[in-house]
Design a protein around this ligand. Structure first.
Ligand code: ZN
Ligand code: ZN
Ligand code: FE
Length: 759
């Protein structure tokens, strides 16, 4: 029989044609394979059994970087030419073929890297069709070398021969190169000039510098990192001081899984994430013991670990023989440096030397961060290694959509057909540099995926820069999407679901439809709309934004709500005695004190009440430290009253009052912190039961940054499942505001589909 086969998805630049060629060859099939704008097309002819085997292996044995979305098979009249050929690429109109994400050095390349007989032995830029840089070097499509930052490196004869040989692992690998023709490594001083003594071996010298406690800037795939030896107390402390990063933990890179297991408890799912081709930072429970300086991740129960993902990392770690801190190359909250001149300017005051090279980075892309939750990945930051792989959206997008995301941890999303391209992590849209990444990133994605948005979705918050960008866009329809509806729509889409569900959106801040600050929401929602079924009872935020930076102010507001604020016996009041009464007065009179139903602010209040933290240095810090304090084994929890109604209200104040009571009776802070977490989980259960009683819905979607709290998430999922709920959590995009753009896009699509049905 003879069949035409079309393969759609991420199938170009990943070795798909040589794979098809080899497969057909082994099965004795004749025919052809080629690339076009839609992906890969092939024709195969042979016995029925051989063609069937071909089709089954096509998906099962596909190259590691390929992501097959769809295979379409149609019968052809037999009688094609004998032999099997790879045909020339065909240019088409619509750009359907997808740019692949960057991928860690594969086992074959690693073997060559370590083989003294190989011509790429020890070459820090070795790659092939199965691995290497992709998204971070691509300037335009179709994806070929001339449109990448490899354009300036002309292939030598040996590389060109591999590139043109269909049987070679490097057939049409765009970044293919070798020591004779490719990028070169250089080690320079903090001013970009030569180091004293002009060392001949940059890698050995770099490793030596690290061994001696120096700070090294290292050029990676999507930006510059700052590195120190992870065991070196003084180096880690100096790095912290020079970066102006007070408490936020640093990530650590180790040579292999064995080294990771010595530092952390690594379960099966975490091991897969660590060693897989995407190579994110994986957050895992840390073991006690030496090896990591205290200043790396002060007082945490988790450690963020990644394995080497470029040949340069492999070589550096092999030279050094011990773990390194590898943190983003920037000062405190600035975006990570990626352009060489800018990196030199911004990092010269931090780094003692630069280990860099002459292959430019086209687009800034941070390391991704994930956890494993009950055997599945749970992204915290989705960026390098994942982007620009699309998220599939059932029902699809009738019109091209741009979703602008939120303000903090911004991502944007461009979408067409049934694909949503969620951007790399842009960051907090508060300085000119991140705003430029945002606007330039949107233009880049529009070009790469040929998307011309007709419908632009945005947050309801009028002051978000992403909202302003949307309203400044001309000639498009605008759609405002409520922040927590976007969270729930994001979780639905992440799970391939449409709803309706009971959506629990717990986060720090989101603009409500009534103009107040929401963040502890029970929404009965589908993709098209939502009903606010219930929420945390609102309390004032004394001083507005000042209350976000100073959790003790939320403790004052909550204690005042349960009439305990006056009791001078509480430590939080004593510690903040100078401003306590003035802040209470603000809250009581409602002066500069917007009310909020935010769950994040409830966690802040609890943390301050327990003396965990009165003021924060980074978003979510108080909650992170409260979670760390909690005694893991404690089973009991506080109870919050439910005030029936529509919306029903849950009393966070009850939890705070119970905590104050336990504090006064001398209960340990670890126990109280655990009872608080269990109390919030019980409160969520009560809210979901109340929503189920009214609607009959039995599925709950959990979203919002508060669910990055693993103690809370485990307790909540366990309780909900015990009560017969099906529970949806995130596994493709973050539950925090990094996932908002996907939710906005999904809501926009649902609106367009509904409009199309009515027309
Ligand atoms: Zn490779
Ligand atoms: Zn070469
Ligand atoms: Fe949020």
């Amino acid at each position: 029989m003879r069949a035409a086969v079309r393969v759609e998805g991420t199938v170009q630049g990943v070795g798909f044609r040589p794979f098809v060629y080899g497969l057909a060859d082994r099965l004795g099939l004749s025919g052809l394979v080629g690339n076009d704008a839609g992906g890969v097309f092939a024709e195969v002819e042979g016995s029925r059994a051989a063609v069937a085997e071909f089709l089954s292996r096509l998906e099962r044995d596909a190259p590691p970087l390929a992501r097959i979305e769809r295979v379409t098979v149609t019968d052809l009249a037999p009688g094609g030419p004998a032999g099997f050929v790879i045909v020339a690429s065909q240019a088409g109109q619509a750009r359907q073929a997808l740019v692949a994400a960057d991928s860690a050095t594969c086992a074959d390349c690693l073997a060559e890297l370590n083989d003294p007989a190989d011509r790429r032995f020890g070459y820090p830029f070795i790659n092939c069709t199965n691995c290497g840089p992709r998204f971070t070097i691509v300037g335009d499509v179709p994806y070929d070398r001339a449109r990448t930052t490899m354009a300036a490196f002309a292939m030598c004869e040996a590389c060109a021969a591999e590139y043109h040989d269909p049987a070679n692992r490097r057939f049409h690998a765009q970044p293919v190169c070798c020591p004779a023709c490719g990028p070169r490594l250089a080690l320079t001083g903090p001013d970009g000039g030569p180091l004293p003594g002009d060392p001949v071996d940059p890698l050995a010298t770099a490793a030596d510098l690290l061994r001696h406690g120096q700070i090294l800037a290292v050029k990676g795939l999507g930006g510059y990192h700052l590195a120190v030896a992870a065991a070196c107390e003084q180096a880690a402390a100096t790095l912290r001081a020079r970066k102006h990063r007070e408490d936020k933990p640093f990530a650590v890179m180790v040579a292999d899984l064995g080294a990771a297991r010595r530092l952390c408890r690594v379960d099966t799912a975490a091991a897969e994430l660590l060693a897989g081709p995407r190579r994110p930072i994986v957050l895992m429970p840390r073991r006690d013991g030496p090896g990591i300086a205290a200043a790396v991740a002060p007082g945490t129960r988790e450690l963020g670990i990644m394995l080497p993902y470029t040949p340069l990392h492999h070589l550096l770690l092999a030279q050094l023989g011990r773990p390194i801190v590898l943190t983003s190359g920037n000062v405190s909250d600035e975006p990570i440096a990626y352009a060489d001149a800018d990196a030199l300017k911004r990092l010269s005051g931090i780094a003692d030397a630069f280990l860099a090279h002459d292959r430019p980075i086209h687009i800034r892309t941070d390391d991704s961060v994930v956890r494993a939750f009950r055997g599945r990945p749970m992204p915290i930051r989705r960026s390098r290694g994942y982007v620009p792989e699309p998220v599939g959206v059932r029902g699809g997008f009738p019109r091209h959509v741009l979703a602008c995301g939120a303000e903090l941890k911004n991502t944007f999303c461009l979408a067409k057909q049934d694909r949503a391209f969620v951007s790399h992590h842009i960051g907090d849209l508060e300085n000119a540099e991140t705003l430029r990444s945002f606007t330039e990133g949107i233009e880049h994605f529009k070009r790469l995926f040929e998307i011309e948005p007709r419908l632009v979705a945005h947050d309801l918050h009028p002051d978000y820069l992403s909202t302003k960008y949307a309203s400044d866009t001309e000639g498009v329809d605008l759609l405002g999407v409520q922040h927590h509806h976007a969270h729930i729509a994001s979780c639905l889409t992440d799970n391939g679901a449409d709803g309706p569900v009971i959506g629990v959106a717990f986060d720090g801040t989101g603009y409500g439809t009534d103009g107040t600050v929401w963040g502890g929401e029970f929404l009965v929602a589908d993709l098209a709309g939502f009903d606010r079924a219930g929420h945390l009872a609102a309390v004032p935020m004394p001083g507005g934004a000042a209350a976000i930076r100073a959790p003790w102010r939320m403790a004052a507001a909550y204690l005042d709500a349960c009439e305990l604020a006056g009791s001078g016996s509480l430590d939080v009041a004593r510690r903040n005695a100078r401003q306590w009464d003035a802040v209470l007065a603000l809250a009581r009179r409602g002066v500069n004190s917007p009310v909020t139903s935010s769950a994040g602010r409830l966690f802040d209040a609890a943390a301050a009440l327990l003396g965990v933290r009165d003021e924060i240095n980074y978003e979510g810090q108080a909650a992170v430290e409260l979670e760390r304090l909690a005694a893991p084994g404690e089973r009991s929890g506080y109870r919050a009253a439910v005030t029936p109604g529509h919306p029903f209200q849950l009393s966070g104040t009850d939890l705070i009052a119970a905590m104050a009571g336990d504090l006064r009776s001398g209960t340990g802070r670890e126990i109280i912190a655990a009872r608080f977490h269990n109390g919030v989980a019980a409160l969520i259960e009560d809210g979901c039961v109340a929503a189920r009683d009214r609607t009959g819905l039995r599925t709950v979607a959990l979203s919002g940054g508060v669910f990055q709290n693993m103690l809370l998430l485990h307790a909540t999922v366990t309780r909900l499942q015990a009560r017969g709920f099906a529970v949806l959590v995130h596994s493709q995009v973050p539950c925090n505001d990094g996932g908002i753009s996907l939710g906005q896009a999904a809501v926009a699509a649902a609106h367009d589909r509904a409009a199309a049905r009515q027309a």
